[in-house]
Design a binder for this molecule. Structure first.
Ligand SMILES: *Cc1c(COP(=O)(O)O)cnc(C)c1O
Length: 435
């Protein structure tokens, strides 16, 4: 795999120094760009749908900070709210009025979310929701799907060992077999596999946790009936349904995927788009469940940075922008359609087997002709060709996710110009990687 020429924007010296004092030179593994054989970019400024690196090169950004940048980068309303909040003091460690206002607005728009608790990261939201589900059902097991990501909590770093295995084995050293034992894996979009796990687990499943639209194996939509089938099976087996809406919440519509697909989960996790770039996440759900959280109930969860005032201010601004312009959803859809159609045409023109999978503003360009419905299908994707495509696009000033298995994100700041640049670059890049 060839490596993109390290230009000034990748700061080779600084990156080499960083790698001596930080594992891999990065603070989150995907930022290293390893799976696409490129040097990491050092970004100095982000505005709208564009990024600028330390060498002064500009890129059309499709990473979108991995989901938070629904409004684009540095949206003036959000920046203004953040500045004003910062001037009032960064952190009180006490109650503040705005957090109650935000809780009211979140519970008003997200189905099933009677009460909400704000935390700092999606990982925290997911581990807290699972703890609550276990406490409420007095059961140890969780059912998750192969290829779904719910943060780096031990219980989530597990996947099926083989097709036949029902019991999870740890994905990372340091996750104990004890933790792995309580995580059961099923194939996404496969209700028969879910039934198999429920039978094998024999009443041990506290909750099913699922990304309603998977974004962490590339964009994989739920098949018709899949989410409803999970709801029905949870009811039948006395398990809770946890929708992990850390990506989809506030992105796929005002009430997230739950509203878009008409599903009532018992618990829901949110994050990313809600904070508009500030660290904010949340979990919420049925009032009888949420009342079990301390101090109302015995299930413990706390945080120094929980409901950080600056993040709360940013989230209120995000909701102001979304609610102030109901046309946003239609425009996102139209932009997504234009992008999808253009990329599909470019692949056909180049004679490259590829497909775009998209739900609203989440999309992935998969190098395979067959639909990707699960992590097993994702195995058919031509990773080397994606890596070459990524590098060819980068050369042309378009930054895609640095992995064939990460969703790309459209924002309201991606206008006709950004889409045209992307489609022109795709035509040229696909012709190049077709050879
Ligand atoms: C990103 C993500 C998380 C984890 O959120 P962090 O803020 O990175 O801890 C959890 N669930 C899903 C679906 C995610 O995409």
């Amino acid at each position: 795999m060839s490596v993109v020429r390290a230009d000034a924007g990748t700061l080779p010296d600084l990156f080499a120094r960083a790698a001596r004092v930080t594992p891999g030179g990065v603070h989150s593994p995907v930022r290293a760009f390893r799976s696409v054989g490129a040097a990491p970019l050092a970004i100095v400024e982000a505005r709208g749908a564009r990024l600028r690196d330390s060498g002064g090169r500009e890129y059309v950004d499709w990473i979108g900070a991995w989901g938070p940048a629904l409004l684009g980068h540095a949206h003036p309303t959000v920046i203004d709210a953040v500045e004003r909040a910062a001037h009032r003091g960064l952190l009180f460690g006490l109650v503040s009025p705005d957090e109650a206002r935000l809780a009211e607005r979140v519970t008003a728009r997200v189905p099933c979310c009677d009460m909400v608790r704000f935390v700092a990261t999606g990982t925290e939201a997911a581990i807290s929701a699972v703890r609550l589900a276990r406490a409420a059902t007095a059961r140890p097991g969780i059912l998750k799907f192969d290829g779904c990501y719910h943060g780096h909590g031990d219980a989530f770093l597990i996947r099926a060992g083989s097709g036949a295995a029902t019991m999870g084995v740890p994905d990372s050293p340091g996750v104990t077999e004890g933790a792995a034992r309580d995580t059961w894996i099923a194939r996404y979009n496969d209700l028969e596999d879910v039934d198999r796990v429920f039978v094998a687990a024999a009443g041990a499943i506290a909750c099913v946790i699922v990304e309603p639209v998977a974004g962490n194996m590339g964009c994989v939509p739920p098949e018709p009936g899949f989410l409803y089938g999970l709801r029905e099976r949870c009811d039948r087996h006395g398990a809770l349904l946890v929708l992990d809406e850390v990506i989809t919440g506030f992105r796929l519509g005002p009430g997230g995927a739950a509203q878009r697909f008409g599903i009532r989960p018992d618990l829901v996790t949110m994050g990313k788009a809600l904070g508009g770039g500030m660290p904010l996440a949340a979990y919420g759900g049925r009032v009888d469940l949420m009342r079990k959280i301390a101090p109302e109930g015995p299930v413990y969860q706390a945080g120094t940075y929980a409901a950080h005032p600056v993040s709360i201010a940013a989230a209120l601004a995000v909701l102001d922008v979304l609610d102030g312009d109901p046309g946003i959803w239609g425009r996102l859809e139209a932009a997504g359609e234009r992008l999808e159609a253009g990329l599909t045409r470019a692949a056909v023109a180049a004679g490259v087997p590829a497909r775009v999978q998209r739900v609203g503003s989440m999309w992935t360009f998969f190098f395979t002709s067959a639909p990707v419905r699960s992590w097993d299908d994702a195995g058919a994707v031509d990773r080397a060709r994606y890596a070459a495509f990524f590098r060819a696009m980068l050369e042309r000033g378009v930054l895609l996710p640095p992995s064939p298995f990460e969703s790309a994100f459209l924002s309201i700041a991606h206008g006709d110009a950004e889409i045209s640049i992307t489609l022109d670059a795709a035509h040229a890049s696909l012709a190049e990687v077709a050879r």
